[in-house]
Design a protein around this ligand. Sequence first.
Ligand SMILES: Nc1nc2c(ncn2[C@@H]2O[C@H](COP(=O)(O)OP(=O)(O)OP(=O)(O)O)[C@@H](O)[C@H]2O)c(=O)[nH]1
Length: 348
Amino acid sequence: MLDSVVAVLALGLACVLAVSFHRYRAAQLSLVLALMAAALAFGEAREIFAAQRFGPLLLLVCAAMSEPRLASRRHAALLAAILLIVGPVMLAPPRLFEAMGDAAAFPLGGQAPRVSGFVFCFVASMVCLGRWVWRGQPIDLGLTLALLPAAAAVGRGQSAGVLYLAAAVLIIVAILYHSYRMAFIDTLTGLPNRRALDETLSRLSGPFSLAMIDIDHFKGFNDTYGHDAGDIVLREVGGLLRRHGGGNVFRYGGEEFCAVFPRGDLRSAMRTLEGARGAVEAARVAVPAPRKRRSEQAAAATKDVSVTISAGCADRGEERRSAGEVLKLADQALYKAKEKGRNRVEKR
Ligand SMILES: Nc1nc2c(ncn2[C@@H]2O[C@H](COP(=O)(O)OP(=O)(O)OP(=O)(O)O)[C@@H](O)[C@H]2O)c(=O)[nH]1
């Protein structure tokens, strides 16, 4: 009984967290699971009837819906569905449900609602899995995993508080991971963002080097190929820097990146940056061809382009400079690289 109380509270918490991070599908799933867990643990025949017959169906509907907004028709429809299901059931005489309960007269005897409930929950889980494969949002993977213990709980019938609790924990972890990504990961490039960089810089101690990296003539590139093509290039350059830039690369903002080399001396940082510069220069990126040319040459809808980067590097030095000072020096070195003709790495 205690496990069911904890499970209902945890699912309620998951619902509140999901609403505060605007993940309304996770909120709906948590709410339906909380109602099911409470009805199955503490309800009588009619509540159990409603939870077993309609709960899994509602879970499947919620899983199949695209991410709704808070004040959307879908929310209103879901609330109306819950009221339409729960209302008449709560008003009907209890003996009706005692007679209809797990009667042997039903197909599969008393197992039917549990088997169909398990199937609905499992399909709901697979729907979330499909969403995750399609869109790559980690929260969908969390919901996929959370619906598996939920399916097992429905299949088991009553006294499955631990399984509902497992579902709640998985939903909470998925929401927290989602909010971590929103706070620290740049959505365009998938690299850690400026906030993550500030955190990293505040923890640096001992010798370290920093580099500021900038895509050359990016304004001209955007003007020629369009902002969408610019985004494709930013993503590609971000990926190349992640692979060749020494592991600790952040998107600083706009078309600027920052590489952190903890315990890295200036010379080895320069070598790594030179490798990254060469990799970017050698890469060819397919972008939509500029509009003008597309009308001339209908067949060539994309064009392979290349860009270059400039980088400025500085280290903490014997003066034991602060991270902010090193960043400023790296920025000055970047300015020097731009002045000297771009597509190069300079140090301060
Ligand atoms: N596509 C795209 N463009 C961006 C993004 N962020 C910043 N930019 C563009 O990056 C360009 C930066 O241009 P500038 O700072 O003038 O520098 P630049 O043209 O790269 O010239 P140099 O740095 O001197 O080589 C601007 O046109 C911005 O609009 C983004 O997220 N996506």
